[in-house]
Design a binder for this molecule. Sequence first.
Ligand SMILES: Cc1ncc(COP(=O)(O)O)c(C=O)c1O
Length: 400
Amino acid sequence: MIYKVTTTRKPTHTGIDAPRTAAYHTSSPNSPSLSTDSVTVQRIHNFSAGPAVLPEPVLSAAREHLLSLGETGIGILEHSHRGDTFGEVLSSAETRIRRLANIPDDVAVLFLQGGASLQFAMVPANLRPANTIADYIISGTWSLKAMEAAQSDGAVHVASSSQDSVFRSLPGPPQCSDSPAYLHYTSNNTIAGTQFSTPPNPPRGVPLVCDASSDIFSRPIDLNAHDLVYAGAQKNLGPAGLTLVMIRRTLLDTAVDSLPAINRYITHANAGSLYNTPPVFSIFVTNLVLEWLEEQGGLSAIAERNRTQASRLYERIDASRVLSGRADISARSLMNVVFSAGSQSADDRFVEHCHRAGLVGLRGHRSVGGLRASLYNAQPDAAVDRLLEVIDAFEAEQAE
Ligand SMILES: Cc1ncc(COP(=O)(O)O)c(C=O)c1O
């Protein structure tokens, strides 16, 4: 079903609190004027694994601020990253992250680029001294990729793995090497549809590193239990282009001297994430998403909504005569519900049903096939309602 969004309102959410000083007044007859005409767009429900659905009020606000951020007369894409206006956006985003996730003072918040994939390389380059080993928990494709990146120029050890179950389950407790530089895990496995409910326990004194790309801020996160958490923004935080890194300050400056400045965490921490031009627009939109998240009641409230949505869908799949879930029940992800209609052709028919109903992004990752419904923070309940209706209709058709 296609639904319409009409906006006539003037921009209100800038994501920063203070009103901006107008560079020129839009109502002056001699100045360029900005259109605030109403615009009607057609939107459908997006279950894509990322880039993914974002909150509609955020998209509307972002669109308005393309022309003029607040009353500055300059759009967000045109503001200098060194100017006061963007400075307020950046500091507002950091304040919100600290407030939402209760980040302790001894953890630095960095706004980087290069996606989670660059972190696959930056983590070992910064945290693994020469001739030491980095330990990895292998729970899916992305943790394998993280380990492969670390393996390209140093030693790694598989502390535990669920590859034998084709990642349908989660690995058992880690069996670490002697004095590893760190233990790395992936909190939510976007492709396999599994998720750790609590962080693994590293041996005493061993830093715990988490790739939280597909469940960041979908639930409360304990930064006291972690030493480095990174996430590409494009699922739960905002647009692609931004990578959030939260790192204990004692680990900022542990890289070998030969590592180029741009690849060192300390460089970005010392420069307040402005060592080079940051992804200005992604940070701006992320700040709006964080504001929206606060309005929803914060991480506990959003976790409750995510749990309810996922439970409704899993319950329906479990009760279905034609659909089946992929992951072990105890390992199921609340973010990525991976399932199948039993065969490639049945999956194709299901996707066809979804398209006719205005639901997109439900194909499973190409490496595993099947179906996947991603239920990130911004997924509206109406999308899940609609998907459940499609399942009913699909099942009825199969029974004919
Ligand atoms: C858990 C996880 N880690 C890493 C990545 C790779 O992220 P990027 O494309 O930002 O490098 C993804 C992408 O989907 C992911 O889901």
